[in-house]
Structure formats: structure tokens, C-alpha cells
Design a protein. Structure first.
Length: 365
């Protein structure tokens, strides 16, 4: 069976890249041929603009004396390592325009995971519900698709269109428990909750990726992975580090500070990102996948919630493993009274939900 995966665009979001890699890996281990639907990185106009951009960089380099790259644009330099991982490990099916013709190349399409059903991240949102397939005869499955929040962000027209499209799916699963409620209330569809794909692989699977790549030891034993860096969070880092006698090291986030020199904006490799979790004794994060990989690598951790980015993802994940006490809503809510995580208990929950999630994939395909 040939399967296509539709997910968010792969760029420098480590969690987004790894959830896609994990789902692809799991499906391939089941014996399926798998490719990820992608579009060309550049529009056709790029090849017209490129010579002009090249001339502009040559002028800056040799006339103005600025130390800039000539053959690569800034964004290509920033994402060189994440692009390498994507090209090496993600099997892509690239088309500029997606049409019902795709159905002639695959037996099934799986939508998910990550916040693929959140309108602010995917437009037009109807495409994430496979509108481009029309009436094509192909199996449609949603695996761990996420709305990102616990309320409906859709316009009434979007809701009606997507509700119609979702009823064409053969099986629907979502990543958060709130997603089950949203499917029922707003889309008149029954869904079940399954694990984020990254949780279907083991720590050893990710360590194998680290071993295949050149990585550097982390410069500390307390990983700080913050998407939104603030003064309050920096103060919390220092407090926890002093209390626990740890040396914090910050991992670069998925955001780019345009004021920084280009070299400081280069994203670390996916393998180095994984190693940061493996090296840490304690993790402080405000990232959903930061929590996920803390659990995978069996690390003590604390998560700082972000209401603007959505708390339901954190609540749903941590509730699965009875780790609700690992989430605080702001740095000032932190209290130094957390007990150690019992990972023998967590492992029991994980095995149970892995079995449930894999069963969903097997039966729906």
C-alpha cells in the first residue's frame, strides 16, 4: 500500500520535523510505502530573481566590503542543517499544485500530526481536510491532527466546509482530548485521541539518529528550551539552577531575531537538538514538543504554559501521563516542591497509549 502524509510545511520547527519523521518511520515499519506531500521550496519567479540577487550580493561583498555569502540567501544559511535532515530522512512527493490526480498515485492519505487543523497555521484550511481530492476514490485518515486550542477558531463558512470534508474520512483521530470534543460539537464527527507520532518511537530510535551525525556535547546539564524568551523566564532559569545545583544551557528557539548576526541565527541540526535532551538532567521548556522529548528521554522537567499559543496541548499531553503538576501558567507560579517523576509509572502509561495508537493506524489502514 502506498501512503501519502499531509502535514504542516517542514522548515525549522524541530517538533514539526520530528513528528513527520516519526509517523513516516512507523508506517514504513508496518510495510507501507510512504511519502510526504510537499511543494517546491521556491516559486517559478525565484529563478528569475536569483541572478539579480546574486549581482546584489556580489556588489555588497566586493564593492561595499560586507562579509556576506554570495551563492546562498540568508534563509538558506539559517536552515541549512534542518534542510539537510529533511532531505536525508523525509521521503517527499513534491508537486506545485495538489489535485485529485494525487489519488492515482496513493492508496491512502494520512492528515497529521501537529497543528495541521489550526487556520492560523494552515491556509486554506480546507486543504488540510483534503478538499483538493474532490470525489476521488482514496482512503482518508486523520492521525493525531491537532486544532491547537480547545475552542473553534474557524469562520462559519470554514466550519461548514470542513465538516462536510471530514465526513468523507474513513477514520479520524486527534492529538488532544479537546480535539475529540471539537470534532463532535463543531464538525459532527466521532474522533478518538491518539499519541503524537514522536511518542511512538523510543529514545533508542532517536539516539540512533544522534550517533549517525556529528554532534557536540551540551555546555551544561539543565536544558532551557524556550520559544518565547522573557526576563521572567530568565530569572526562573537562574532560580532553578541555583536550587538544583545545575548549569543551564539555552537551546536556540524556532524564532529568528533579525538584529542578531546571521551566524548566530543558524539553526542547530535536528540531531544536535535531540542530543540536548539526551545530555540534560533537567529540562525547562515552554514548548509542547519540549515536554514530549523530556518524557521520551525520561528527564525531570517543568513546563511554562503560554495561553496565546494554546494550553490545551500541554494539559492533554500531561494528563495522559499523570504529570499535570509539571505545568505552571507563569514563572511566578513556580514552587520548589516538585517530587521526582516516576518514569516506571509513566512508561506503563506510554506502552498502553502506544498500543492504542498503533491499533488505530493498523485498523484504519
Amino acid at each position: 500500500m502506498k501512503i501519502a502524509i499531509l502535514t504542516l510545511s517542514l522548515d525549522t520547527n524541530y517538533g514539526g520535523i520530528l513528528q513527520c519523521y516519526a509517523l513516516q518511520t512507523v508506517l514504513r515499519s508496518m510495510g507501507y510505502e510512504v511519502q510526504v506531500l510537499t511543494r517546491p521550496q521556491y516559486e517559478r519567479t525565484y529563478y528569475i530573481i536569483y541572478p539579480l540577487a546574486l549581482c546584489k550580493r556580489l556588489f555588497k561583498r566586493f564593492v561595499l566590503g560586507k562579509k556576506i555569502a554570495i551563492f546562498k540567501a540568508p534563509h538558506q544559511i539559517i536552515r541549512q542543517y534542518t534542510d539537510r535532515f529533511i532531505h536525508q530522512y523525509i521521503h517527499q512527493y513534491t508537486r506545485r499544485i495538489w489535485t485529485s490526480q494525487i489519488a492515482s498515485c496513493f492508496n491512502a492519505i494520512i492528515v497529521g500530526s501537529d497543528q495541521v487543523w489550526r487556520p492560523m497555521y494552515y491556509q486554506p484550511i480546507e486543504e488540510a481536510f483534503l478538499a483538493f481530492l474532490g470525489d476521488a476514490d482514496i482512503k482518508r485518515v486523520a492521525y493525531a491532527a491537532s486544532f491547537g486550542v480547545d475552542y473553534c477558531e474557524y469562520t462559519e463558512e470554514q466550519r461548514k466546509n470542513c465538516s462536510f470534508l471530514l465526513k468523507r474520512f474513513n477514520a479520524v483521530s486527534v492529538r488532544e482530548s479537546s480535539g475529540v470534543q471539537l470534532c463532535r460539537k463543531y464538525f459532527d464527527t466521532q474522533a478518538i485521541q491518539v499519541l503524537d507520532p514522536t511518542l511512538l518511537l523510543s529514545a533508542d530510535d532517536y539516539k540512533a539518529l544522534i550517533k549517525k551525525s556529528k554532534t557536540q556535547p551540551s555546555k551544561g546539564n539543565m536544558l532551557v528550551y524556550m520559544i518565547d524568551r522573557t526576563k521572567e523566564k530568565e530569572e526562573l532559569v537562574e532560580r532553578i539552577a541555583q536550587e538544583k545545583g545545575l548549569t543551564p544551557f539555552w537551546m536556540s528557539s524556532e524564532t529568528t531575531d533579525e538584529k542578531l548576526p546571521l551566524k548566530q541565527c543558524i539553526k542547530m541540526s535536528v540531531e544536535q537538538w535531540l542530543r540536548s535532551f539526551d545530555d540534560a538532567e533537567f529540562v525547562l521548556t515552554d514548548s509542547f514538543h519540549g515536554c514530549v522529548f523530556s518524557i521520551i528521554f525520561r528527564k525531570q522537567f517543568l513546563a511554562v504554559g503560554n495561553k496565546k499559543r494554546g494550553l490545551s496541548r500541554f494539559d492533554s499531553l500531561l494528563t495522559l501521563f499523570s504529570l499535570q503538576d509539571r505545568l505552571i501558567l507563569s514563572p511566578d507560579k513556580y514552587k520548589n516542591n516538585l517530587s521526582l517523576i516516576n518514569y516506571n509509572q509513566v512508561q506503563g502509561y506510554l506502552r498502553f497509549f502506544q498500543d492504542q495508537s498503533l491499533l488505530f493506524l493498523k485498523t484504519s489502514l
